[in-house]
Write a protein that binds this ligand. Sequence first.
Ligand code: ADP
Ligand code: ZN
Length: 291
Amino acid sequence: MVYGALEAGGTKMICAICKENGEILEQVSIPTSSPDETMPRVIDFFKDKGIAALGVACFGPIDLDKSSETYGYITSTPKVKWQNYPILPVIEKALSVPAGFDTDVNGSLLGEVSFGSGRGLENAVYITIGTGIGGGVLSNGKLLHGMLHPELGHMILVPHEKDHFQGICPFHKNCFEGMASGPAMEARYGKKADSLSGIPLVWEIEAYYIGQALCNIILTLSPERIILGGGVMHQMQLFPLIRKQVKEQLNGYIKTKELADLDNYIVPASLNDNQGVLGCLQLAINARKGK
Ligand code: ADP
Ligand code: ZN
């Protein structure tokens, strides 16, 4: 039996066919240009592959409320062509299989707790730091949706004393994404983030923001582990700096066995950038079981 996995990102749609054990049999990437161009190609890929179910993890904001008339829609995204687009209904109608739906970051988190280093955890957070910043939350064994879904990337942060950058978020300026995403780094320094590896202050400031966001997350959501993915986190030098910031900023207020072992508490994504696809696989498996 095979399952379909659709990781619907703001720049590309990754479509894959997977086995239940996490083996990826086939995968393609289709640019996220406009629904008219992109979706027929996505549907074509999955058609005639005999998938038992499909899992879709999608960029947002999206409507996750199953009782809503716009369940499965992309809602108020800044990507104008995709605003109010019924991505899930369109693909369900075309493929006629059970389909699971969640945010892109909840998808990556589900991949990590189903197939990666987070296996068995009931409370965990996954954060991606790339073109944007987003976070998925597993709370008491369930992916957290709440009123809409968490938007951890837009928490407001206190600026670093040596950083005079205003921030690039069009809604909040100096939120987490506005200060620490790849494009924020590029706007602050006038260079791509991956060309700044040799400048210590750049990473001290970056780790200060990520550390501050993680402290807020630890204090509000109490995760058992925090997993960090996305392009910017390919800078492995950030990990020890972030752990140091978290220790300093928490200032001994919380004492748990997890926080006593920060090397195993704040960790990189473990699935070679396949966490999103494997999370979609798990969404598909759950959808087939009616979960
Ligand atoms: P997306 O968020 O679009 O899915 P990524 O997670 O790859 O894609 O994030 C892309 C962003 O990450 C870009 O802003 C890029 O400059 C930055 N980035 C990619 N690789 C690196 C790297 N090795 N070091 C620092 N920044 C990187
Ligand atoms: Zn913002």
